[in-house]
Structures are given as structure tokens and as C-alpha cells.
Design a protein around this ligand. Structure first.
Ligand code: ADP
Length: 391
């Protein structure tokens, strides 16, 4: 079966088609910037990359119509899988989209005001274009719904949780779930006996402790701002910094929110860039601010991994994924060296080539804890989840 995977943002449409018998991506592309002037549609097949300009001010509907007519009309699609960022407490797994499900996703809009409305629009537009095949929603939060209450509750007045749903939800769930399954295969263990800590390190970063196919704790919270140092997001900070900034600098809440989400993290610390590759190059060239940003990133990541360990009965491996996790050999080495208390021994040669000749393994044979590099594939996971729901 061919499954179309759709990921709609506020200004972009990403799509991919998977042939699930062959587990192969046969078409992948994106259209952006939507509603922002002259958008371009880019796509890639086995024949290479191509692009066309979309009409001026193209919106999601017109972009998806072009994709459907130009690229999808020759493919026999069996279903559509939609990435949905927030499923609240309602959605613990992927689900066939009905009118009721659309209403329930809409009810989660306040938890992800930038993402869920765009995801919903994508569902509605796609349902009108591909009206005779099933549509499935796959949630970023669903994998983390197994996290126990002591790990997901904030120590705030309990009615905030009951009335407003203020709790830790976690994100990147599709990626962490995919990585868990891949790790079990590489460890040659049944999923029921596998326990890992996965670090998804891209522009957004999160780490998750998962055992027997279930997430038991993760670093992101009510929003994707909590947890690790990220490209422009601060991660964990003392919550009274809000009040301090307001008193000392006269900043308003909205301005503080922007600083913490868009001007902090690697960018804020370094004053140079939010891009880890750039910071690595600058640090190599002797820039102390770039090195400082990397050091804080590494320290906090290692600390988070150590604290995630307590949720697991045992730990088979630490797994690195995402742009930084898959490509940043120096970052992985520094994090694993920080985790010396777990007896991690990095295999320098394997790490430099991202474990490419050792099934992803980057630790030595006598390391007390294994570490792997495993490329994530959220689109494939959404396609597989779509098939799973249909079965
Ligand atoms: P997104 O979360 O937007 O999908 P990616 O997973 O592509 O992002 O990750 C982007 C991050 O990966 C950037 O910080 C980028 O610098 C980093 N990255 C890519 N290549 C390397 C590399 N060779 N070394 C270190 N970091 C890298």
C-alpha cells in the first residue's frame, strides 16, 4: 500500500509517499512559504530533485491541489497519515480521523496554538481532496501518554491540572517511538525486554526514557520549551526569571516569551548562531563563546540523560538521533564522556563515522553501557502507524 504522509505547519506543507511493502519513500517534498508571497514546491523522487513556483500567495489548499494533480494522480494511494502535534490526554495512540476526532483535536488547540490549527487545516483540506481513502492522525504527544503521574505532574496547585490540563505532555514522540523500535532490532532483543534513553537533537531537542515500548519520562513538558538547551529555546530555567526580567528590565510577558523561545539556547549563549555545525566550526577556530554554548548544551544533556535513567529498570543503550545526534561526533563524545559514572566508553573511530560500519554502535566492547547513532525517520513511522491503525 502507498501512504501519503502530510505535515502541515503555519507556513509550510511537507509531504512524503511511502510504499510500505518495500518500506521505501517514493516521493518527498515541501511547499513554502505559504501565504507569504512566492512559494516554491520542491520534490524528490528516484529520478532526482525538481521544483516549480506556486501561484502568488498560494495557501495550503492551492498547494496541496497542485501536489495532488501534478504528483499524486499517478500514484495509487491507500491512506493519508497526518502529523498532529498535540493530542492532549485524549489521544494515547494514532487514530482514524472522524468528525468527532477533528472536534477533539480542535479542543487541544490551546495547548499548541501555533501547530494544531495548521495540522487541522491540513486534515480538512486533504480530506476534501482525497475523500475516498481513510485519514489517520498520528500525534507527537501520544507515545508519552504512558508516562506515570509522578513524572508528568508539576508541583503546582492540583486544580491547574484538573481545570486547565497543565501537566507535562512531551513531544517528538513519533521519533522517540521509532528510535525505540530500531534500537530493539539493533540490540537483537524483544521490545518487551528493551530499555533505552533516546536523545533527539535537532533544532528542538528532547530526551526520553522508554522501556518495553513505553515512554516513562521525557524532558519536554506542557510545551516544547522545557528540558534541554535547544537552538533558540532555553530549556529548563528557574521560573522566577520571568518575574526578575519583568522587574529589572520592565519586559512584558510576551517579550519574555519571545526571548525564551527565539533568542535563547545556543543562539542566546553564543551570540553567534543557533546552528550547532556553525558553533562547532567557530569553537574549533578558537571562539570562546561558541565553546561555552556547546559546553552548556553538553552538560545539560548529560545531566538530563542521567536523571532519565532512574525511570528504567535497566538501560540497554543511549541512542543519538536528529541533525546534531546523527552528525555531531564531537557532541556525542563529550556527552558520553560526561556520563563516565555509567561506564560509557566511546569507540573513537566508530563515533567519527557515526557508527556507519557497526550498525550504529559507537561504544567499545567493554563499555558498561552501549551507545548508538540511529537516524530518525518520523515520516516512515507515521506511514507505518497509519497502516497499523487500518489493520
Ligand atoms: P529540525 O529539528 O529542524 O528537523 P535537524 O534535525 O535537521 O533539525 O537538526 C538541525 C541541527 O543539526 C542544526 O543545529 C545543525 O547545525 C545540526 N547539524 C547538522 N549537521 C551537523 C554536523 N555535522 N555537526 C553538528 N551539528 C550538525
Amino acid at each position: 500500500m502507498n501512504v501519503l504522509v502530510i505535515n502541515c505547519g503555519s507556513s509550510s506543507l511537507k509531504f512524503a509517499v511511502f510504499d510500505l511493502e518495500k518500506k521505501a519513500c517514493i516521493l518527498k517534498g515541501m511547499a513554502e512559504p505559504l501565504l507569504g508571497g512566492s512559494a516554491t514546491l520542491l520534490w524528490e523522487t528516484e529520478n532526482g530533485k525538481q521544483s516549480v513556483k506556486l501561484p502568488e500567495n498560494a495557501d495550503l489548499e492551492s498547494a496541496l491541489k497542485v501536489v495532488a494533480e501534478k504528483l499524486l494522480s499517478v500514484l495509487d494511494l491507500g491512506a493519508v497519515g497526518h502529523r498532529v502535534v498535540h493530542g492532549g490526554e485524549k489521544f494515547k495512540s494514532s487514530i482514524l480521523i472522524t468528525e468527532e476526532v477533528v472536534d477533539q483535536i480542535e479542543a487541544c488547540n490551546n495547548l499548541a496554538p501555533l501547530h494544531n490549527p495548521a495540522n487541522l487545516l491540513g486534515i480538512q483540506v486533504a480530506q476534501s481532496i482525497f475523500s475516498d481513502i481513510p485519514h489517520i492522525a498520528v500525534f507527537d504527544t501520544a507515545f508519552h501518554q504512558s508516562i506515570p503521574q509522578e513524572a508528568y505532574l508539576y508541583p503546582l496547585p492540583f486544580e491547574f491540572y484538573e481545570e486547565l490540563g497543565i501537566r507535562r505532555y512531551g513531544f517528538h514522540g513519533t521519533s522517540h517511538h521509532y528510535i525505540f523500535k530500531q534500537a530493539a532490532i539493533r540490540l537483537d532483543k524483544p521490545e518487551s525486554e528493551t530499555a533505552i534513553i533516546s536523545a533527539h537533537l535537532g533544532n528542538g531537542c528532547s530526551a526520553t526514557a522508554a522501556e518495553a515500548g513505553k515512554s516513562l519520562d521525557t524532558t519536554m513538558g506542557l510545551t516544547p520549551l522545557e528540558g534541554l538547551v535547544m537552538g533558540t529555546r532555553c530549556g529548563d530555567i528557574d521560573p522566577s526569571i520571568h518575574g526578575f526580567l519583568q522587574r529589572e528590565k520592565g519586559l512584558r510577558l510576551k517579550e519574555i516569551d519571545t526571548i525564551l523561545n527565539k533568542e535563547s539556547g545556543l543562539l542566546g549563549l553564543s551570540g553567534i548562531s543557533n546552528d550547532m555545525r556553525t558553533l562547532g566550526e567557530q569553537a574549533e577556530a578558537g571562539n570562546p563563546k561558541a565553546q561555552l554554548a556547546i559546553d552548556v548544551f553538553v552538560f545539560r544533556l548529560a545531566k538530563a540523560i542521567a536523571s532519565l535513567r532512574i525511570s528504567l529498570s535497566h538501560c540497554d543503550a543511549i541512542v543519538f538521533t536528529g541533525g546534531i545526534g546523527e552528525n555531531g561526533a564531537a557532541i556525542r563524545k563529550a556527552v558520553l564522556e560526561r556520563l563516565h559514572c555509567f561506564g560509557c566508553l566511546v569507540n573513537g573511530a566508530a563515533n567519527v563515522i557515526h557508527g556507519k560500519e557497526s550498525n550504529g554502535l559507537i561504544t567499545t566492547e567493554n563499555s558498561a553501557l552501549k551507545a548508538f547513532v540511529i537516524p530518525t525517520n518520523e515520516e516512515l513511522m507515521i506511514a507505518q502507524e497509519t497502516e497499523h491503525v487500518l489493520k
